[in-house]
Design a protein around this ligand. Structure first.
Ligand code: DGL
Length: 257
């Protein structure tokens, strides 16, 4: 089979990576996609780096055996823990990761105040501290670990009173104390509660996520390696959830519930 027509694999600890997948499908609708959400082992954000790395490496190997042309780690947490190991092993295909979209937020105005919402692992990882180092003189950055938030999305609770009060308790102390200019959604599950975050933060706060940038980077890498499909018709999306009952939620999130 022509390598260009193999599927692109997307991986996340659960259903969150669909916020990245939907951007890729919008940008490259003729590609075939294979989505694996490891909901059975979620959350990753409260596990150790070693555990996340070994889960991610095992899933990547399984994908690889299925025949793929590129791998997208649509999970900020797994990217921090495993991207270097993955790139060391899979040198012959694009391996794309995602990190909190701090750059556009930090550069949006003169020294903005930016909250970065992410999993506990992402905000404590060396990779995030390195990213912070690049922008700490350009912005006032508040890293905010959000243990428990991805679980609401995993249950399909995107607009319930429970997730509303969780988010208010988390964000309001910061929003009350100072002028916040931007919020970065540094976990791929969080764009699914973006409308609620918008309601709590108000219209003056800009909200960033890395989904579109990651999809564009994937397109650039495929083009650079002559791996874009030559298919003329729409491609397909195949969901492979480690909890098969979640497949319906995956479909709904992709279509935009
Ligand atoms: N979706 C994942 C991320 O982008 C993490 C969720 C989790 O498993 O804790 O970081």
């Amino acid at each position: 089979m022509d390598k260009r027509n193999l599927p692109i694999a997307f991986f996340d600890s659960g259903v969150g990576g669909i916020s990245v997948l939907r951007e890729a499908v919008a940008l490259m609708p003729r590609e075939n996609y294979l989505y694996f959400g490891d909901s059975a082992n979620a959350p990753y954000g409260t596990k150790s780096v070693e555990e996340i790395r070994s889960l991610t490496m095992a899933h990547a190997e399984r994908f690889r055996k299925q025949g793929i042309k590129a791998l997208v780690i649509a999970c900020n947490t797994a990217t921090s823990a495993a991207i270097a190991s993955l790139r060391a092993v899979y040198t012959d295909m694009p391996v794309i990761g995602i990190e909190p979209a701090l750059k556009p937020a930090a550069l949006m105005s003169d020294h903005p105040t930016v909250i970065v919402m992410a999993t506990p692992l992402t905000v404590s990882a060396a990779k995030f501290h390195e990213l912070l180092g690049h922008y700490s003189d350009r912005a006032d950055v508040i890293p905010l670990g959000c243990p428990g938030l991805m679980e609401f999305v995993e249950r399909g609770c995107l607009d319930t009173p429970q997730v509303d009060s969780y988010l208010r308790e988390l964000l309001e102390p910061y929003l009350r104390d100072r002028e916040v200019d931007a919020i970065v959604l540094g976990c791929t599950h969080y764009p699914f509660v973006r409308p609620l975050i918008r309601k709590i933060a108000g219209d003056s706060v800009r909200i960033f996520d890395g989904g579109q940038g990651t999809a564009r980077e994937l397109q650039r890498r495929l083009a650079a390696e002559d791996l874009l499909t030559d298919r003329k018709e729409h491609g397909s999306v195949v969901f492979d959830e480690s909890i098969p009952e979640k497949t319906e939620l995956c479909r709904m999130l992709l279509q935009g519930i």
